[in-house]
Design a binder for this molecule. Structure first.
Ligand code: K7E
Ligand code: CUA
Length: 684
């Protein structure tokens, strides 16, 4: 892969950095002698080190100078913290990963759509069970137990991450999860009405007014969920929905009374993004399969979906005026469908809520630039990034500058009137992220490369450099999304880029035929992009990731206040203090108010009968950070994790007699192994 020589005038030193932020060098607290120019330089300075061993180590590993330098820059000794955190989707693991940058260490797995036993999520305790069950409508009795997380969205204030909440969609089942960043636990899963799948989300509006999630594959919606319809009626009966979920500003939960949907034609709605600053109030959704193909690749059929869905030269960028929609949603022009306030397609078209702009065939990513002036669309089957202008879109809408209407009556803006530039980047462009000063970075799936290019004058780029490719960096291999530090906010930091590669082939030793994905950390602070580190992702297949500065996560709890219900952050009515432990029986319901502390449960014997329902209310009465206790009941599929100050509730119908040795699963103390008790279930 040939790299284009850099023509950028930017340099790490010239880029603006926020005053309050530590530079990477200071954060590392090392490299006192200055960045080493090469391996030999690596042993310079550092009197306190054991002396000139660094060059020998580098030689043994065969590291060149930049590699040795990258190794030092990404090493963090204990008790030194990463400057950034990546909130990574976990793909079909159904989880979210938290990864430190630049160390590329996995710091946490947050279970969202999939049970996770370490954290006792989905194994009998209230948090996981309640959230998973509530999010499984209409099959609450048989909860969905996995999801396909794709696009995390951190809450924002004035277009910048504010560290309060994180949302993530389930691409498979059209659901959305909400994580509170005080304790990094999932608080709510919503099975979004009327959408079976989701891809256009999550994205969040600049003041967290709404989190958006739209369907991917259109479906037939009936008043009671979904209904069977022959695919021959695809055009007439199948529909997509753009969903605007109102966020409760106090709790981060979804306020359904203020939420609404916009009905969309049966195209495949793909990625989406929210306008910001100059484009505030607009939302953008890509689409493909405007051909409305439904497959049929056996003899006599119309042909495979991927062939029929790529016939048109243009698909439609959906431009949604959500402020206008918000007003129309309050009128009588809407319908209620499965509890959701829905703006019908014809109303959306006639009220000026929905416009289309042609976009080169089968695009994938749509990304709004930091100032909001440019909307960058990358087309899988087109080598260009197509850059739309917010100003031109607004003018075209105002002037009704249409080149026609789609079959559903939605006006199509004239392509040449709304496009600002097309920048040839390479094969298979997918997603774009941003740095300061109009720097843009686009993933090239087919090329296996990152393309660095510049936006236009509205982003502060000199005219002679505007909309030009700067450099391409080969990555290993087949990059999907990419992320830059705070690169989808109004205030991107630059500094780091991570390539989220789908294939790793030879980068790691084979451990069976299923290979990990490969995250590659790239230094973008200098004039040339430089790969610093590979990180295998041995769980799920991440799609999008956001990278947030550590300073933004200012509300994180280290312990809960005593007796906290983590679902409400309020005192739990079931909290127990030392000395007040008790058993209360009412009919066949046995309530045990238990405490846990190093190294015992009180009570440690529970005597019940087959047919009783056991209600365990366990309070971890410790306030020492990290003094988490587990609680497992063998053979009953119960596993809890109880953090200091937390109250966990378990409802357990007892259907089997025996003496069950309940125990603490977290190695909490010298007498951890002694932290056990007996659940004695006698015959009825
Ligand atoms: Cu994988 Cu954002 Cu779902 Cu592109 S999407 S890679
Ligand atoms: Cu408590 Cu181990």
């Amino acid at each position: 892969m040939a790299s284009t020589p850099s023509s950028s005038s930017s340099s790490g030193g010239a880029r603006k950095r926020r005053g309050h932020r530590v530079t990477r060098r200071a954060a590392l607290g090392m490299m006192a002698g200055g960045a080493a120019a090469g391996v030999v330089g690596a042993k310079v300075g550092l009197k306190s080190s054991s002396g000139g061993e660094l060059a020998a180590v580098a030689n043994t590993l065969g590291l060149n100078g930049p590699q040795a330098e990258a190794a030092l820059k990404t090493f963090l000794p204990g008790a030194k913290y990463d400057e950034y955190f990546m909130m990574s989707s976990g793909g079909h693991s159904g989880q979210v990963f938290v990864i430190g940058v630049p160390s590329m260490r996995l710091l946490k797995v947050i279970p969202v759509f999939t049970p996770e036993s370490w954290q006792g999520y989905g194994f009998g305790t209230d948090q996981g069970n309640v959230v998973l069950t509530e999010g499984s409508d209409p099959t609450k009795s048989n909860p969905l137990t996995w999801g396909d997380t794709h696009h995390p969205a951190l809450s924002e204030t004035a277009g910048d991450y504010d560290g309060r909440w994180l949302y993530i969609n389930d691409r498979a089942n059209g659901r959305i999860g909400m994580i509170d960043l005080r304790d990094f636990k999932t608080k709510q899963i919503l099975d979004v009405p009327n959408i079976q799948t989701s891809h256009g989300g999550c994205f969040i509006t600049p003041n967290s007014e709404y989190v958006h999630i739209s369907s991917m594959t259109p479906a037939v919606v009936a008043t009671k969920g979904y209904t069977y319809t022959p695919l021959s009626q695809y055009k007439d009966k199948f529909r997509g929905y753009s969903t605007w979920l109102s966020i409760d500003p106090k709790t981060g939960r979804f306020d359904m009374a203020k939420s609404f949907q916009i009905e969309l034609p049966p195209y495949t709605q793909d990625l989406a993004d929210a306008g910001k600053l100059t484009s505030f109030g607009l939302g953008f959704i890509n689409s493909y399969n405007t051909e409305m193909a439904t497959g049929g690749d056996m003899p006599g059929g119309p042909g495979p979906l991927e062939a029929t869905a790529t016939k048109n030269d243009y698909d439609f960028l959906h431009i949604i005026d959500w402020q206008k929609a918000e007003q129309v949603a309050k009128t009588g022009k809407t319908v209620t469908l499965n509890g959701m306030n829905v703006i019908p397609l014809d109303v959306a078209a006639s009220e000026g809520i929905l416009h289309f702009a042609p976009e080169p065939r089968n695009p994938h990513g749509v990304d709004v630039s930091p100032t909001g002036d440019y909307i960058c669309v990358a087309g899988k089957l087109d080598p260009n990034a197509t850059v739309f202008s917010t100003e031109k879109i607004k003018a075209a809408i105002a002037n009704q500058d249409y080149q026609g209407k789609d079959p559903f009556g939605v006006p199509i803006l004239t392509f040449d009137s709304v496009v600002e530039a097309q920048v040839e980047l390479g094969a298979g462009p997918l997603h774009t992220q941003f740095g300061p000063d109009g720097h843009a970075y686009t993933s090239l799936f087919v090329d296996s490369a990152v393309a660095h290019w510049r936006l236009g004058e509205k982003a502060g780029v000199p005219a002679d450099q505007a909309f030009k490719l700067v450099e391409k960096l080969p990555v290993q291999y087949n990059i999907g999304h990419l992320v830059t530090a705070e690169g989808d906010t109004v205030n991107p930091d630059g500094k780091y880029l991570v390539a989220l590669n789908k294939w790793s082939i030879d980068r790691f030793p084979p451990l069976g035929p299923l290979h990990p994905q490969n995250f590659q950390l790239v230094d973008i602070s200098g004039t040339k992009m430089q790969i610093m580190k590979d990180m295998p992702i041995g769980n799920g297949e991440p799609h999008y990731v956001q990278m947030v500065h550590r300073d933004k996560l200012k509300n994180v709890l280290s312990v809960y206040p005593p007796g906290t219900d983590p679902m409400t952050f309020k005192a739990s009515p079931f909290a127990t203090v030392a000395g007040k432990e008790r058993v209360e029986t009412s009919g066949r319901d046995v309530h045990v108010y238990m405490t846990a502390m190093r190294s015992h449960y009180t009570p440690d014997q529970i005597d019940v009968k087959v047919g009783d329902t056991l209600h365990l209310h366990i309070t971890n009465i410790e306030q020492t950070p990290d003094a988490t206790h587990g609680f497992a009941i063998p053979q009953y599929n119960i596993e809890a994790s109880i953090d200091p100050g937390e109250v966990v509730n378990i409802d357990l119908p007892l259907n089997r007699e025996g003496n069950f040795a309940m125990y603490c699963t977290e190695f909490c103390s010298a007498l951890h192994l002694e932290m056990q008790g007996w659940l004695n279930v006698s015959p009825n």
